[in-house]
Ligand binder design. Structure first.
Ligand code: KE4
Length: 434
């Protein structure tokens, strides 16, 4: 491991970033990867294995980014690699129906309570964008309700008071989105059902859908307050609006059947991504048959995709859903993550560093604040500068966290108790740099 003291040797990564900047905006194909909010100079990763990634300078890190969630089984899991390799040997895409897509659809329908029919797409953004179009098509209504700090992908309707990379870079609403469209997106405080009630009273008859991350992961991790999700269910029923759970992160992450199983609230439409592709490009959206059958070619709401249901991505997804369906998978993840977070809290407390750690299942975020974080206001009030120092110190100690204070850390099945101890040792060193 080419590690020298606190700072990793990132020589080759910096050279590559210099080259990349002349070819790719910001040197990256997705903004948050540029790590600008934590000082820049991201490591260029060359391989992943289990719970670890290695960069082009030969530094190896314990990985809690997990490709922003998909790699719940760890990097290069043998069963995933074998499935994708076998599928590739039969061809990479046909643009025609395949048996594997039917098998994956069946597994999704079997595991996700609110899904009777499902359509595969190529990203989380495609899933949420399509679900909103379907909701508008079915209800004939124009408005959607989202929540401050939530991120549902980069479709125009969602880039209002959004989280993830927009919050990280401080661009809450993106230029290029026509005002006529932003007016149709109402963003409200997360965990505030009264605010939603007021919106329903004011223009409920115009609301096609309320779209929510049932566990927020894009303003850091924030769980639903008691009554929040059931309240949204009741308010949507009262308004005749559809409730959309954006489970791109939480789907197959926080429970076998996602957040809707964990919290016992069934949405009208569900958006999925990340884990169901095992690291390959997959998204999906599904719901009750009478809603989904409004989609072409059965119905008249249009959505399409050249590579939707791609054989390689479907093979990876099938392998991951098989692995995660095994007895004890989620219980073990819960135990490892709970132990890690319990000790992290003790380390910050012992060091006198004000920190709030939010965890749901195997996803968590450390907010450098001494107040509870239950919405975007709380997340934004935390010390992002201190997070940047923490990120840099943990990287120097061989632990790779999300390069943003408004993301989640993910524990996967490949993280062992020894990895937890290595992480805690790194945190004990890192707090001295705060
Ligand atoms: P993609 O289009 O990036 O596959 O998915 C969009 C999306 C939709 N819904 C939720 C809840 C999401 O978290 C995401 C994407 N997540 C971010 C990180 N939290 C992706 C990372 C990135 O933008 O590079």
């Amino acid at each position: 491991m080419a590690q020298t003291g606190w700072e990793m040797n990132l020589t080759r990564s910096k050279q590559l970033m210099g080259q990349a900047l002349g070819l790719i905006p910001g040197g990256v194909n997705s903004p948050v990867r540029a790590a600008r909010a934590v000082g820049g100079d991201p490591p260029f990763i060359v391989r992943g294995q289990g719970a670890r990634v290695t960069d082009v300078d030969g530094n190896t890190y314990l990985d809690y980014v997990a490709s922003w969630g998909p790699l719940i089984c760890g990097h290069a899991h043998p069963e995933v690699v074998e499935a994708v390799t076998r599928a590739a040997a039969d061809g990479t895409s046909f643009g025609a129906p395949t048996e594997a897509e039917v098998t994956l659809a069946q597994k999704i329908v079997d595991r996700v309570p609110g899904v009777d029919l499902v359509r595969l797409v190529n990203s989380g953004t495609e899933a949420t964008m399509s679900a909103v179009r379907l909701a508008r098509g079915v209800t004939g209504r124009p408005k959607i309700v989202k929540f401050d700090g939530a991120y549902h992908g980069h479709a125009d309707s969602f880039l209002v008071a959004a989280g993830s990379g927009l919050a990280t870079l401080g661009i809450p609403s993106s230029p290029g989105v026509p005002e006529a469209l932003t007016k149709l997106s109402v963003s409200l405080p997360y965990n505030d059902p009264d605010a939603v009630g007021r919106a329903v009273d004011q223009f409920g008859h115009q609301i096609a859908a309320v779209i929510v991350e049932p566990v927020a992961g894009n303003m850091g991790v924030i769980g639903p307050a008691d009554g929040f999700l059931p309240g949204l269910r009741r308010l949507c029923d009262r308004a005749g609006s559809l409730l959309i759970f954006d489970e791109v992160i939480t789907g197959f992450r926080v429970a076998r059947g996602g957040a809707q199983e964990r919290y016992g609230v069934t949405p009208d439409l569900t958006c999925l991504g990340k884990i169901i592709g095992g690291g390959l490009p997959v998204g999906a959206y599904g719901g009750r048959a009478e809603l989904m059958n409004r989609l072409a070619p059965v119905g008249d709401v249009y959505q399409a995709g050249t590579l939707s249901g791609n054989p390689l991505a479907v093979a990876a997804g099938l392998a991951v859903l098989e692995i995660t369906s095994r007895p004890g998978f989620y219980e073990s993840l819960e135990d490892v993550t709970a132990g890690l977070c319990r000790e992290l809290r003790r380390i910050f407390e012992a060091a006198g560093v004000p920190a709030t750690l939010n965890r749901v299942g195997s996803m968590f975020t450390v907010f450098f604040t001494d107040t509870a974080v239950i919405d975007w206001r709380g997340a934004a009030g935390a010390d992002a500068g201190r997070y940047a120092k923490y990120w840099r110190a943990m990287l120097g100690a061989g632990v790779y966290l999300a390069p943003s204070a408004y993301e989640a850390a993910f524990v996967g099945a490949a993280h062992t108790p020894a990895d937890v101890e290595q992480t805690l040792d790194a945190a004990r060193k890192a707090v001295s740099a705060l």
